[in-house]
Write a protein that binds this ligand. Structure first.
Ligand SMILES: [Zn+2]
Length: 254
């Protein structure tokens, strides 16, 4: 703790208002980006999944093609054997030998038929897989298009707000240094509780600027004295008078 300085309540309130104004600017930028960062992330995940599915189907097709090649070899071998047996049958010595050769030939012809059937089935399977692959590719292309569009939108917003955001972040860091840690943590806690991120509000028309609950005159005058940190009894936000709220610079980005 090199720089222990005790701030007055008024200084603390001014610092909080200043921080609130900067944080509100950062909130505005966040709202501008909206769901885009999440949508882009989801789409990227989805496309990655589709690509993985595509690769899987391609590998399956390759496997089936290998199977077909094996079956073609089976056919070639069997046909070779049949030819060999045909030649042998020309020189048979008796009917028993003839029958034995005939049986072998029948067996090999059956092998050929069976392999042909396997090839036919495998080709049908490839056809199914190819259609699956085609639709997966189309799905990827469609998602890619949406992703490009969303990414473009997001990049445009980032491009327009990046410098500003950076400046606001630096300003917020500086502003936080002027708020004592305990007050800062209640500020952060209140901010998280409200969708609009407002933790410090001014009195507006005799009411809390956050929840519009009426504030009695006695309490309003206490707030104007700036001697105590006073929170709204209804919503818990830190209250400041309008004058203090307006005099704190809005910290516009240059
Ligand atoms: Zn309130």
């Amino acid at each position: 703790m090199a720089n222990v300085k005790e701030f007055s309540v008024e200084e603390k309130l001014s610092s909080l208002v200043s921080l609130q104004k900067i944080d509100s600017k950062l909130d505005e930028i966040k709202i501008l980006k909206g769901e885009l960062p999440m949508e882009v992330r989801d789409l990227e995940d989805e496309i990655q999944g589709l690509h993985a599915r595509q690769t899987r189907v391609e590998e399956e097709i390759n496997g089936i093609q290998e199977f077909i090649e094996q079956k073609k070899n089976v056919i070639k071998d069997s046909q070779g054997l049949v030819k060999k047996y045909e030649k042998q049958s020309e020189n048979v010595k008796n009917s028993r030998e003839f029958e034995a050769i005939n049986k072998e030939m029948e067996l090999q012809n059956l092998e050929v038929k069976l392999a042909e059937k396997h090839i036919k089935d495998a080709n049908e399977e490839i056809g199914d897989k190819a259609r699956l692959l085609e639709s997966a590719k189309k799905a990827v292309a469609a998602k890619d298009g949406v992703l490009k569009h969303k990414k473009g939108e997001l990049e445009k917003i980032i491009g327009e707000t990046e410098k500003e955001e950076q400046e606001f972040r630096e300003q917020a860091t500086t502003a936080k240094e002027k708020v004592d840690p305990r007050l800062l943590s209640s500020y952060e806690r209140i901010r998280k509780n409200y969708r609009n991120g407002l933790a410090v509000v001014a009195i507006v028309r005799d009411a809390c600027g956050g929840c519009f609950n009426a504030i009695p005159p006695q309490r309003q005058s206490e707030i104007r004295q700036r001697k105590k940190i006073i929170v709204c009894e209804n919503c818990g936000r830190i209250l400041v008078d309008e004058e203090l709220h307006d005099q704190v610079a809005g910290n516009e980005a240059k």
